[in-house]
Design a protein around this ligand. Structure first.
Ligand code: PLP
Length: 760
């Protein structure tokens, strides 16, 4: 779609331009816009004839309900802090000295909104607040935007409206605020889109800012507006009870998308000076803190609270320490003390530590001379470290059995074919599959795309529905949104609750629309929560849908039984299960197999080719085009042996003990907000996302990395989810079997040091 397609064509968008122009002359250069289209999803109703009456819960108003013959009638309005949200928004704008405020609303709602804003029943201007009616339905007809913006929960056509307003209003104004009513739920994602357009107006300071209200944050603000609020000591408040000053983000530089979210600590003078001064890392700081406790070296005083400074003059080796080193050790002491006071070292943790310590010996990278004792690797969700037996198996094959499979009559090729076949069988057994049901792919993403093409091309048509949870990894979302685009099908994105669990009611409602396909992850890569996919697959099958499970994050943490999941396809990557890069698998159920057709031909796909005829390789193997990833399969099979040797029950027990230890630790730190409910009893898979006050996720990861703690930051390829909850990204810690409580405490040291540095 070209930019021209986005140009507002509705003459009703033209109207505010003139009015804002007039107000500009009168009022100066600040403009606020409140979008109030509450009739779509509003759960509350207010009787404006008697404003004192308590709001009552009601069903959403039917589309097209008339306003009544001039009389103010009961209208749905979102309430916020005890008053209609629109009033709160206007008051907040006035408090921040917005000089002109527009309330943009639908005709059906404008009487009610005017009343709420002015306290009278009249419509229109006369003050610095102006109510502007926009006919949403007319806009909807004109807009060509659809599925891709609905993924953020935006009612159809709203973005077009916002773009239109931006284009017509921004020019000539230094400071534009757009607030949204709860029901409209314009998220940073939309505003980012809007920003891209607004960039063409250099005088505009863009719109979105980082407001960490989880889910349903009612309002979004510009930087200047937030500065105004902060100066007045007003904090941004989210419905999760979060109440603290909002970290301000320079929206021009740090918008959405991982690359744009990568400011380096070098840009922050205090953080960068601190890191330059550090000669030790976080693990070393922990060791020195312990040594000081035991009276070794010049330990000095102990700290009482997390990170209260201790006088530590020398390191354990007697070398002199910098102030930054001393602060790091003091923070470590504080953490160790707090752990002791909380009784965090229980029997489960002692067992998990012993397990982790033993496993660590199996990972060459964690034991080499650069990393041993210096690196806390906490990004296993992105890629597991390579285990020695897997490396060795690949090397053995490469050195002693390297040949192509299937085709050679000579001994080496026969051996390669046998080893490859055994590796396939081993991987199938590991995931509970029958023979020849997995096709090797490049990775999970390749497996999802294979389904979108080999099944989707033949089975999805115009008007069909695909259902995808909003938290899915882009890999499990884009192949199917692209398929929907190609086929003019529709995608419905299912939202999440503030506890980080899929909204099962919304999921059931989506199934009532009888989708053709449902795609969901067994474990999400942001919340780290195990979803009830078995029940979801059953429900999807009952309405005739096919069901795809993304098992990428489950593979290394739980016993996977693909048949028991009841899905039609299961996708996974070798490198998420301690195997190598370059290999993944698509497990294909029998019924789905019958509905698929190979994507392409070539060697690997066929057992025989005649002139104008061919015979396909059996079952899933017909999806492996060309030479398969032979040594990778052998290495992955060895990693499966390793995990089975440890026992998946033991792996899960280790995950569970350490996840609890991590979550308790994060709760202990000031300014850290864990995303999702990790106090629950089930499904602790060693993956926790969080935010840190005043620090961008990328700043945190870069800072921690300099202290030898490797953790993830950004949108984790789940930008729609982050946008929907008003976050530009999160930090994420994820475990492997080699993780110990020291790795976790080192992460806490790094996070605490980082927050302090950025706060100074
Ligand atoms: N699905 C989930 C849940 C993931 O976490 C990831 C990677 O992080 C993927 C899919 C994509 O995996 P790959 O890059 O190996 O295709």
């Amino acid at each position: 779609m070209t930019r021209e397609d986005h140009q507002p064509t509705n003459r009703q968008i033209e109207r505010p331009k003139r009015e804002v122009g007039e107000l500009h002359r009168v009022c100066g250069s600040s403009v606020g816009i409140v979008l109030a289209f509450d009739e779509s999803t509003t759960p509350l109703i207010v009787n404006f004839e008697d404003p004192d009456e308590e709001p009552i819960v009601c069903a959403p108003v039917e589309d097209g309900m008339s306003v009544g013959d001039g009389k103010p009638v009961a209208r749905p309005v979102q309430m916020y802090k005890g008053k209609p949200a629109v009033c709160w928004a206007v008051d907040a704008m006035r408090a921040s000295q917005m000089t002109a405020v527009f309330v943009v609303t639908s005709p059906a709602l404008s009487t009610a909104v005017s009343h709420a804003v002015y306290g009278t029943k009249r419509k229109g201007g006369g003050s610095n607040v102006q109510v502007v009616e926009i006919d949403r339905h007319a806009l909807v007809e004109r807009t060509r935007l659809g599925a891709n913006f609905e993924m953020f929960g935006l009612p159809f056509g709203m973005l077009e409206l916002a773009r239109g307003l931006a284009d017509s209003l921004f020019e000539g104004y230094d400071n534009v605020v757009i607030l949204e009513s709860d029901a409209v739920r314009i998220t940073p994602g939309h505003l980012y889109e809007l920003c891209l357009d607004a960039m063409e107006h250099p005088e505009v300071e863009a719109v979105p800012s980082w407001i960490e209200c989880l889910r349903r944050s009612p309002f979004l603000f510009t930087r200047d507006f937030l500065h105004g609020l902060e100066e007045r000591g007003i904090a941004a408040v989210g419905p999760n009870g979060f109440d603290r000053p909002v970290p301000l983000v320079k929206t021009r530089d740090h918008v959405f998308g991982d690359e744009l979210l990568a400011p380096s600590p070098a840009e922050h003078p205090v953080a960068s000076a601190f890191l330059d001064e550090c000669t030790i890392g976080a693990l070393e700081a922990l060791r020195l803190a312990r040594a000081a406790e035991n009276g070794e070296g010049d330990g000095g005083e102990s700290a009482d609270a997390v990170g209260s400074p201790a006088a530590i003059g020398t390191d354990a080796a007697g070398g002199s320490m910098s102030d930054a080193d001393r602060e790091l050790v003091a923070i470590a002491q504080g953490i160790l003390h707090a752990r002791e006071a909380n009784g965090d070292r229980n029997a489960d943790l002692v067992w998990a530590d012993e397990f982790g310590r033993r496993c660590k010996l199996d990972f060459p990278l964690l034991n080499d001379r650069w990393h041993k004792g210096k690196l806390a690797y906490l990004d296993s969700a992105a890629t597991c470290q390579r285990v020695d037996v897997s490396l060795q198996a690949q090397r053995d094959f490469d050195e002693h059995a390297n040949a192509n499979v299937y085709r050679g009559g000579y001994e080496l090729s026969k051996r390669a074919t046998d080893e490859f076949g055994r590796a396939r069988r081993r991987i199938e057994e590991f995931i509970g599959s029958d023979e020849q049901r997995i096709a090797f792919t490049a990775n999970t993403t390749g497996a999802a795309n294979l389904v979108a093409q080999a099944w989707g091309e033949w089975n999805i048509g115009e008007g069909d529905l695909i259902v995808i949870p909003l938290a899915e990894h882009h890999s499990n979302m884009l192949p199917f949104t692209m398929l929907a685009e190609r086929k003019r099908a529709e995608v419905e994105f299912v939202p999440y609750g503030p506890d980080g669990r899929l909204d099962q009611q919304a999921f059931s409602a989506a199934l009532e629309r009888r989708p053709k396909l449902v795609c969901a992850a067994l474990v999400g890569n942001v919340f780290g929560i195990v979803e009830p996919v078995r029940e979801m697959a059953k429900a999807a099958h009952e309405v005739g849908a096919r069901f795809l499970v993304d098992a990428a994050q489950a593979l290394s943490h739980m016993k996977l039984d693909v048949k028991d999941l009841g899905a039609d396809w299961v996708t996974m990557s070798g490198h998420k299960g301690y195997g190598p890069f370059g290999i993944g698998a698509l497990w294909i159920g029998d019924e789905a197999f019958d509905e698929m057709d190979p994507l392409g031909g070539g060697g690997g796909v066929v057992t025989h080719v005649g002139v104008g005829s061919y015979r396909l390789r059996p079952r899933a193997l017909q999806y492996e085009m060309g030479t398969p990833p032979i040594s990778q399969a052998i290495a992955w099979a060895a990693a499966c042996d390793y995990l089975d040797g440890l026992g998946m029950d033991a792996v899960a027990r280790h995950d569970c003990a350490l996840t609890r230890y991590l979550v308790r630790g994060l709760h202990m730190l000031d300014g850290v907000n864990v995303v999702g409910d990790h106090d629950r009893a089930d499904g602790q898979v060693g993956l926790v996302s969080f935010t840190v006050r005043d620090v961008l996720p990328a700043e945190l990861a870069a800072f921690a990395g300099r202290l030898g703690v490797d953790m993830r930051s950004g949108g984790h390829c789940a930008l729609p989810l982050h946008a929907s909850v008003g976050l530009i990204g999160t930090g994420r810690i994820s475990f492997g079997v080699h993780t110990t409580s020291d790795d976790i405490d080192a992460a806490l040291v790094a996070i605490e040091a980082c927050r302090r540095a950025y706060e100074r």
